[in-house]
Design a binder for this molecule. Structure first.
Ligand SMILES: [Fe+2]
Ligand SMILES: [Fe+2]
Length: 510
C-alpha cells in the first residue's frame, strides 16, 4: 500500500514538474519579443514620417484641381432608359465653350477601325465658378442606342481628346446582372475610400452600375473634395455608370433654405422625372427586370409620396429597390427618422419593396423581412414574417459612429468599411456585404415566389445548400495564434489542477 501511495505521489510530482516546465516554455514564448527585441534598423533607414523634416510644400488645391482643355472627371450616368441611352459628363477649363465640347460614339470593335464609324455630337456646357477655379462642365447624351450592345466613346474638343472608353447598354429583357452599393464615402476620399471602391471591383469586375447612397463628400461646395471623389474612381467612372442619391452633406443652408450642391446637376446627368424642384435627386429607372427608385430624404419628403406611389403602383418589374440617404431604421443613437418612416414606409409595405439601401449612420445594420406600422418605432421587432422589406444601412468611407445595437438588426457592424455586391437573377436576389479587405461579412438571398412574396435565406442555410463556402463572418474570426494560446492555457490550468489534487491526495494518505 505504502509503495502504491509513493508511486502515485511520485507520478503526480513528475506531472507537476512537467506542467511547470510547459508553463515556463509558454511564458518564454510570450515574452520572447521583449527579451529578444528586434535589431536596430540600419543607419540608412529613413526616420518615421512624423520625425522627418518636410522640405517639399504641399501642392495647393487650386493648382492640383486646376482644369485644362484636357477632359477630366469623366463619368457615365443615365438620364433616360439604360437600354437605349447613356449620358457622359466631364469638365475642362473655360477655353472649351458651348459648341466646342464634343463626344464621339461608335459600336466598339475588335480593332481600331471602329473609330472610323464614330458619330460626333455636340455637348451642352455649364459654366460655374468653384471655390478654386472657373470650370466648364459638359454633358453629352447618347440616344437611340441598341440594347445589350457594347459602345466606344470619347470626349474632347477636336484636338484634346480623352481615351476611348467602353460601355454596354442594358438588355431590354430581365437578364441577370450585378451592381455595387456603397454607403457614405464622405471623408478622406483619396486616402481611405479609394481602396474600398477598387476592392469592390475585384469582386464585381463587370458591374451594371455603382450605386452611392448619399454623402459622397463632406462639403458639397468644395471642389477639392469632389476632386478626391473623382480621383478615387479614376477611369472606372468613365466605363461604369454611376447612380447616386443625395445625402445631407450634398446640401447646405438647412437652417434657412436647403441648397443642393452646385456640383450635383452639372456633373451628374440623372433623370428629371421627379417632383418639381427635386429633379435629378428623385428619379427612377428600370434595369433588366428591376425598378430602381432614388428618393431625396433631405427635403420635401411629403411631396414625394404621391410620386412614389405612382412609381410603385405602375411597376411592371419583378423586383423593386429603393435608395435614399437617411435610414428608415437607424443604427446609431439619437438619429431616428420617425417622420420619414411615417411618410414612406406604408407605401414600401403596401407595394412590397424588396430592398431599401441607405447610409448616414456610419455603421452597418441589416434587417430581416421587416413590416412596419405606426406603432413600431425604430428597433421594433417585426422581422421573420412571410413577406416584407430588407433595410440596409452601410458605410464605405473611414468615418465611423458607434453602433446602437437594436432588435431589428439581423446583422450589424461598427468601425468597418464595407461595400455590397448585389446580383439579381430571375427570382433570386443574392446579397454579399464585404469588408474593405474583401472578406465576406454578411450574406443573404431573397427568393421570390410566383405571388411576389419573398423568402429570406440567411447565411447558415446558404452554407448548407453550398451556395456559399462555409467561411466564418469577418467579425467572428479569432486570430489563429490567439486561439492556439487560449487552448494551451486551458490545458495548462487543467494540468496544474490535476497535479495539485493528486499531490494533496498523496499527502492525505501518508
Ligand atoms: Fe448623412
Ligand atoms: Fe454621412
Amino acid at each position: 500500500m505504502a509503495s502504491s501511495t509513493t508511486s502515485k505521489h511520485s507520478l503526480a510530482g513528475r506531472w507537476l514538474l512537467g506542467t511547470i516546465c510547459l508553463a515556463i516554455v509558454m511564458i518564454a514564448v510570450l515574452i520572447q519579443p521583449k527579451i529578444n527585441p528586434p535589431t536596430e534598423p540600419p543607419a540608412e533607414t529613413p526616420p518615421p514620417v512624423a520625425e522627418r523634416k518636410v522640405t517639399i510644400a504641399r501642392v495647393p488645391d487650386k493648382v492640383r484641381y486646376r482644369p485644362s482643355a484636357i477632359p477630366s472627371r469623366i463619368i457615365l450616368t443615365w438620364s433616360g432608359d439604360p437600354c437605349t441611352t447613356q449620358a457622359v459628363t466631364w469638365r475642362t477649363d473655360s477655353t472649351v465653350g458651348q459648341g466646342s465640347a464634343l463626344a464621339q460614339l461608335a459600336i466598339a470593335g475588335k480593332n481600331r477601325d471602329f473609330a472610323k464609324t464614330a458619330e460626333t455630337r455636340v455637348a451642352t456646357t455649364t459654366k460655374f465658378e468653384t471655390d478654386l477655379n472657373l470650370v466648364h462642365q459638359h454633358t453629352a447624351e447618347f440616344t437611340k442606342l441598341k440594347p445589350k450592345t457594347k459602345y466606344a466613346y470619347r470626349v474632347g474638343d477636336g484636338n484634346n481628346w480623352s481615351e476611348w472608353f467602353h460601355f454596354e447598354t442594358a438588355s431590354d429583357k430581365p437578364d441577370p446582372f450585378t451592381f455595387v452599393y456603397y454607403g457614405d464615402a464622405q471623408n478622406n476620399l483619396r486616402e481611405f475610400w479609394s481602396r474600398v471602391l477598387r476592392e469592390s471591383l475585384r469582386d464585381a469586375p463587370k458591374p451594371a452600375f455603382l450605386l452611392h447612397a448619399g454623402d459622397l463628400i463632406n462639403d458639397g461646395t468644395r471642389d477639392a473634395e469632389w476632386g478626391e471623389w473623382f480621383d478615387a474612381g479614376g477611369w472606372i467612372n468613365g466605363s461604369v455608370t454611376n447612380v447616386a442619391t443625395p445625402g445631407n452633406h450634398e446640401y447646405s443652408g438647412f437652417l434657412t433654405k436647403p441648397r443642393l450642391s452646385p456640383y450635383w446637376r452639372p456633373q451628374f446627368a440623372f433623370p428629371t422625372d421627379g417632383p418639381a424642384g427635386l429633379e435629378e435627386t428623385v428619379y427612377s429607372f428600370d434595369y433588366q427586370g428591376v425598378r430602381f427608385i432614388s428618393l431625396n430624404s433631405n427635403q420635401k419628403q411629403a411631396e414625394q409620396v404621391p410620386w412614389l406611389e405612382e412609381r410603385l403602383k405602375n411597376n411592371p418589374n419583378r423586383w423593386t429597390v429603393l435608395t435614399f440617404h437617411h435610414p428608415m431604421y437607424s443604427t446609431a443613437k439619437g438619429r431616428d427618422n420617425p417622420k420619414l418612416r411615417d411618410l414612406w414606409q406604408p407605401l414600401i409595405d403596401k407595394y412590397r419593396v424588396d430592398l431599401v439601401l441607405t447610409g448616414h449612420d456610419h455603421s452597418y445594420g441589416r434587417s430581416g423581412l421587416l413590416v412596419g406600422d405606426k406603432n413600431q418605432t425604430a428597433g421594433a421587432r417585426a422581422q421573420d414574417k412571410p413577406t416584407g422589406t430588407v433595410y440596409v444601412v452601410s458605410v464605405s468611407g473611414p468615418k465611423m459612429y458607434k453602433l446602437n445595437q437594436q432588435p431589428w438588426m439581423q446583422t450589424s457592424a461598427e468601425y468597418t468599411q464595407l461595400y455590397q455586391v448585389i446580383s439579381i437573377k430571375d427570382n433570386v436576389l443574392h446579397y454579399d456585404a464585404r469588408t474593405a479587405t474583401g472578406q465576406l461579412f454578411d450574406v443573404f438571398e431573397l427568393r421570390k415566389n410566383d405571388k411576389g412574396v419573398n423568402t429570406l435565406v440567411e447565411r447558415d442555410q446558404l452554407v448548407q445548400e453550398r451556395i456559399i463556402d462555409a467561411v466564418p463572418t469577418a467579425n467572428a474570426q479569432m486570430p489563429l495564434p490567439m486561439s492556439v494560446m487560449a487552448i494551451g492555457l486551458l490545458m495548462l490550468l487543467a494540468s496544474i489542477g490535476w497535479g495539485l489534487r493528486a499531490l494533496r491526495r498523496g499527502a492525505a494518505i501518508r
